[in-house]
Design a binder for this molecule. Structure first.
Ligand code: 9MR
Length: 318
């Protein structure tokens, strides 16, 4: 691994024991909780918090010297309905949530995906329940609240499709706006839910350069590479991935890691450890067999794993 590089993985709760845990502690120095720090897991009813799973998760990271990312405070998914329907108010709920959650893990979570996926494809603020309840300035509010509850935590903005210029322009505007108002923003988390042939190398390079120019850290905070056709019921690899596609996947991973490391990416986090636990088996079409990660369903390393190790080694030796 190149000095200082953070290589992370998203895990769900059941993976902090057994085979998965052994792989994670051996190969990664950073973890992101796939679900346990989301609102629906932590805060099912006003004033009622369920911290047990999150506590175990954070302790697992600490015990093994891995940094833990806080994912995520303000998102339009996985938020219980009461947050937007309770007449006592969404703003009060948000304030309490951030105070309790960020405050509880103060000094233990390195950085938070404070606002997640706030933009639409044109780069404007999406029509989310947060925006409807709180107005456009909910974004700035969330960062201010998070900073107050842990002044030392890094604060990130995270979104997908940022390789598309129009959407990226919106993210650049959003981040610059926070910067110009003196609100803390440390980095951008690029959700790299990509394919074997998109985005192009040039698109990736341009995207990384544009964010780097803001003087913030740039992370691939959710990386996986789908091998399936996107909008289709085709499910061609139920019995396994043909050697040729396996090689393509390996080359694609090597290419992405190389581009990221050449272009000052500070953290690369895989969105899942093994193919069997990937969200891509159920999205956008439920019940397919995808092979988007570095370990297969039996936790055997794939050629893509070797390819990534090779790239990391070459950077260490540079
Ligand atoms: O991987 C997560 C999956 O287990 C959840 O069911 C899903 C719910 O929408 O969220 C997945 O993670 C998402 C992440 O939190 C934000 N970016 C997109 C990820 C994939 O949907």
């Amino acid at each position: 691994m190149p000095p200082g590089a953070r290589i992370g993985v998203a895990l769900n709760e059941r993976q902090i024991d057994g085979v998965a845990a052994a792989l994670v502690t051996r190969h990664f120095n950073s973890i992101s909780p796939e679900n346990v720090l989301k609102w629906e897991s932590l805060h099912p009813a006003r004033g009622r918090y369920a911290f047990a799973a999150a506590d175990r998760y954070v302790a697992f990271g600490e015990r093994h010297g891995m940094e833990v990312t806080g994912h995520t405070l303000v998102w339009h998914q996985q938020v219980p309905a009461w947050v937007f329907t309770d007449p006592r108010g969404t703003r009060a709920a948000l304030k309490d949530h951030v105070k309790q959650v960020v405050g509880r893990y103060r000094g233990r979570i390195r950085g938070w995906d404070v606002v997640n996926e706030a933009l639409d494809e044109r780069g404007a603020l999406r029509d989310s329940p947060w925006r409807r309840a709180l107005g456009d300035d909910y974004v700035a509010e969330a960062y201010t609240l998070a900073h107050a509850s842990d002044p030392d935590a890094e604060l990130y903005y995270a979104d997908y499709n940022l390789f598309r210029p129009e959407k990226r322009a919106g993210a650049l505007r959003l981040i610059r706006d926070l910067q110009s108002r003196g609100i803390r923003i440390d980095g951008v988390g690029i959700h790299a839910h990509w394919g074997l042939d998109f985005p192009t190398k040039d698109e990736i390079r341009q995207m990384l350069a544009d964010f780097d120019a803001l003087g913030i850290s740039v992370m691939l905070s959710e990386l996986d590479v789908s091998v399936l056709p996107r909008r289709s019921d085709l499910n061609p690899y139920v019995q396994g991935l043909p050697r040729e596609i396996q090689q393509k996947l390996a080359q694609r991973y090597a290419e992405i890691f190389r581009l990221a490391l050449e272009n000052k990416t500070t953290r690369i986090t895989l969105w899942g450890l093994d193919d069997g636990s990937s969200w891509l088996n159920d999205y956008p079409v439920p019940g397919r067999t995808n092979h988007p990660l570095l370990w297969d369903r039996a936790y055997r390393p794939k050629p893509a794993f070797d390819a990534v190790v090779e790239v990391l080694r070459s950077f260490r030796e540079k």
